[in-house]
Design a protein around this ligand. Structure first.
Ligand code: GDP
Length: 451
């Protein structure tokens, strides 16, 4: 990777027949030249920063029009990356935008951007801290309003501000300690108890952030819920009812298998992928067997299984067989549907009684579902550290935990500084104050190309 390269990529999602427009993003010293070479701008339009120009992208022959475009020039440092950036807004879909990108890449000194490379440059040029760069990625990936809210909180600098405050408290303590290490006799004595107390407060704050982040994770990644039950117990009715609560914005998820019926809904801000495993039945038919294999796979990858029974008909041997097929380690919720009708015999205790027809018991089901997956109580979560950030916060908390031992053993001040430095360094990695290749790698390797 070389920051003097000019990089280019399609910054928008690419899909055939999709999207009115697509954006090719170019960043680096050659960006403006590339724009001028690739886009033919007719008439009297000034090449000024932060102005939109109108033109055409021409083929290599300089004649054939490949697309009609708008060009946005943003000279550094007033751009996303902090470098000169040119965005070419072309038509959506696949072909036009690919042809435009090819024309851009044909320019000397331009190469394809690596995943996350635009954001990485923004960080290296001081336009974004790491937590904000990660928040952008999370905003793009958000599947529920709550997940988007959390991403926005990160983008507003909430995580950065919180971590920086804690880190600065530790830096102040470190300064005090280091002064004592060097000039103990010239300075007023340091109160070890008060110091320890302060460090443990920071540790507590970090542990709270880690716990909130874990709960926030379900808001981000969502849950896979397998819906199981014999025919006519009311699975579709239940699914319909649940999907009416809060419309998921994303209905077609890329990469979902079409063999299994998957629907995306949102419950209390948690994105939920419902897997309809209707195919699970005993059969000798080869095609059916294939369907069953897939359903079993769905069962195995589910975070929780909803087994729906017909509470009116009562418990049947088929229900028992389905229950037996649920892998041991996966939490399950037994739902007796049709509670509006007289109850049949239910020897097996059920978790929720509901009527998909009338809606009674729906709330109990939602709560049971979220509790079973540890996703309950996410309302209070305002900041959610991602996994990388949580690891580092936990490392810092552990280091601060060790200072209790150091205090108990009444070790000299330089022993305190060891743990304190480790905590400070871990927190610095969260925001990118301490940037290393490894940190950059860990963050940006997860990004898509064009981000
Ligand atoms: P599925 O095969 O499991 O998806 O079951 P459906 O959702 O298609 O429902 C089968 C039948 O049961 C339909 O006639 C529904 O109207 C009826 N049904 C579903 N839920 C209820 C309920 O809570 N109460 C009553 N009385 N009927 C229901």
């Amino acid at each position: 990777m070389n920051a003097s390269d000019t990089i280019a990529a399609v910054a928008t999602a690419v899909a055939p027949g999709q999207g009115g427009i697509a954006v090719v993003r170019v960043s680096g010293p050659a960006a403006e030249d590339v724009g001028q070479a690739v886009v033919h701008v007719p008439g009297q339009q000034d090449w000024q920063s932060h102005r939109v120009l109108y033109g055409h992208v021409l083929g290599a022959d300089g004649q054939r029009r490949l697309d009609e475009v708008l060009l946005l020039l943003m000279r550094g440092p007033r751009s996303f990356t902090g470098e000169d950036v040119v965005e070419i807004h072309c038509h959506g879909g696949v072909i036009a935008v690919q042809q435009v990108l090819e024309r851009v890449l044909a320019h000397p000194g331009v190469r394809r951007a690596l995943p996350g490379e635009f954001s990485q440059r923004a960080v290296l040029n001081g336009r974004l801290d790491l937590t904000r760069a990660e928040a952008i990625s999370q905003l793009v990936a958000a599947r529920s309003r709550r997940a988007a809210d959390l991403a926005i909180a990160g983008l507003d600098g909430g995580i950065q501000a919180r971590i920086t405050t804690l880190r600065e408290q530790l830096l102040d303590q470190l300064t005090e300690l280091e002064a004592r290490v060097d000039f103990e006799e010239d300075l007023p004595p340091l109160d070890g108890d008060a110091l320890l107390h302060d460090l443990q407060q920071v540790r507590q704050a970090l542990l709270t952030l880690v716990a909130d982040g874990e709960r926030g994770e379900t808001l981000r990644s969502g849950l896979r819920v397998a819906l199981v039950g014999r025919p006519n117990v009311g699975k579709s009715s239940l699914l319909n009812r649940l999907s009416r609560r809060e419309r998921a914005i994303v209905t077609e998820l890329p990469g979902t298998t079409r063999d299994l019926l998957e629907s995306e809904i949102v419950l209390e801000g948690v994105p939920i992928t419902l897997l309809d495993t209707a195919g699970i039945r005993s059969t000798d038919d080869a095609v059916e067997q294939l369907g069953i294999a897939r359903s079993e796979e769905a069962l195995a990858t589910a975070d929780v299984v909803l087994l729906v029974l017909d509470g009116h008909a009562g418990w049947t041997a088929e229900d028992a067989a389905l229950l037996a097929r649920i892998p041991e380690h996966i939490p399950r919720i037994l739902v007796a549907n049709k509670a509006d009708l007289p109850a049949g015999a239910l020897p097996q205790p059920v978790d929720v009684q509901l009527s998909a027809l009338e809606g009674t018991g729906e709330e109990d089901l939602v709560q049971a579902l979220l509790e079973r997956c540890g996703a309950a109580g996410t309302e209070g979560v305002l900041l959610a550290l991602n996994e990388r950030q949580r690891d580092l916060a936990a490392t810092a908390a552990a280091a601060l935990g060790r200072s209790q031992e150091v205090a108990a053993q009444q070790l000299p001040w330089d022993f305190w500084t060891i743990d304190l430095r480790e905590a400070i360094s871990a927190l610095g990695e969260i925001t990118g104050e301490e940037l290393t290749e490894a940190v950059l790698d860990r963050v940006f390797s997860r990004f898509c190309i064009g981000k």
